[in-house]
Design a protein around this ligand. Sequence first.
Ligand SMILES: Cc1cc2nc3c(=O)[nH]c(=O)nc-3n(C[C@H](O)[C@H](O)[C@H](O)COP(=O)(O)O)c2cc1C
Length: 195
Amino acid sequence: MDPVKAISSDRDQARKLADTNADICFLALADANGRASVRTLVLRDISDNYFTLFLNKTSPKWTAFEEGTGHEMLIWYASVLRQYRVSGKLEELDQSIVSQNWKNRPDGSKYLDSVYEELGNQSSPIDSRHILTDKISQLKQSMDLETMQAPAAVSGLKLTADRIDVLDLNHQDRIHDRQLYTYDGGTWTTQVLIP
Ligand SMILES: Cc1cc2nc3c(=O)[nH]c(=O)nc-3n(C[C@H](O)[C@H](O)[C@H](O)COP(=O)(O)O)c2cc1C
């Protein structure tokens, strides 16, 4: 079995079943000090053996990514009762893909992406929410959505999977099925794990 295809097919099924996790994943990163952090991200494309994510380079997660200390992506589709833990090579996504996709962002997200340059890095403190909403109002006045381009800090990540741990809860008596898939560059091999 190709576990990336299995994730893609489970995602289709999860979408049909209106699973609130159908389009998201959870990305855990470790920074250079060994501090772990995890956050929800929209899981964009799933193709061949890779997954794409969009994020902002001003955010703490970008720093943690650059430090390259460790990462893992988790996917949990409650509607199909399967969990996937994905690791592999994490790298910056081609900027042309990011810019192209950015055009389809909701209007509010476009303004938010534009706010970091003027107000401060994503996840940095500000004195009040009003400062943010006032800045967004200013941007709405001054920027034309039709001609707006993706700010330079808008970026993406590509995770090329070489290890996928699948936990399948579709078994009776809570005796779950757990399989570890590893990719050797040509084929996926699998090993049964004690769940
Ligand atoms: C459903 C959902 C989807 C999200 N999607 C994204 C996303 O695609 N990209 C992103 O940067 N943050 C996304 N976020 C926000 C992140 O979880 C996080 O709060 C933010 O990126 C700041 O993360 P950091 O401080 O760890 O860098 C999403 C949050 C939720 C709840």
